[in-house]
Design a protein around this ligand. Sequence first.
Ligand code: SF4
Ligand code: SF4
Length: 191
Amino acid sequence: MGASRDLSFAEMVQEQSGEPVQRCYFCQKCTAGCPVAYAMDVKPAQLLRLIQLGEKEAVLGSSAIWLCVNCQTCGARCPNQIYLAGMYDALRQMALGEGYAPEPSVYALHRSFLDSIKMWGRVHELTMLMEYKMRLLPKPAIFFDGLVSDLMMGGGLIAKGKISFVPERVKRLKEVRRLYETNSPGTEVEP
Ligand code: SF4
Ligand code: SF4
């Protein structure tokens, strides 16, 4: 870190996310309340500090930016009204735009979710999860992780009628698909 500092980075993040990242004074309330901070390689408050320091590579290359679940707890706790969820969205877009590899399982789930909506106009869990697993085939360690318990749980949900076996298309599917043309979810990347 340090050698490749980009001093305009904080300004760029602020511009693209609409969040006043320069106001952060590292009180760490966001980190303390974040339900997924334990799994992040860079905790929310640390990420803010790296952004302020212009450590673009460390920020866009971190796996933490893919783990935020958009719960908004941090924004509610922040004394400076910084809503980190919007900032994470912007960072993910920037990372993809600059060719940083996304977190494979998170990326696979996002794409499968979007593809399902595009195909049926709503999520069809079974085909979405099948696509999700197929996307992880090139990553055997992730693919096989929890595979048996996932199959058992999926079978149980189908048997109880909680997941429909046959997908249903919504009536105004064309309108849903038009959203994809006007708000492109981004090009496919190789995680
Ligand atoms: S709660 Fe707000 S001010 Fe405190 S560290 Fe997090 S972002 Fe910065
Ligand atoms: S919005 Fe994201 S960063 Fe903020 S508390 Fe929730 S998961 Fe953590």
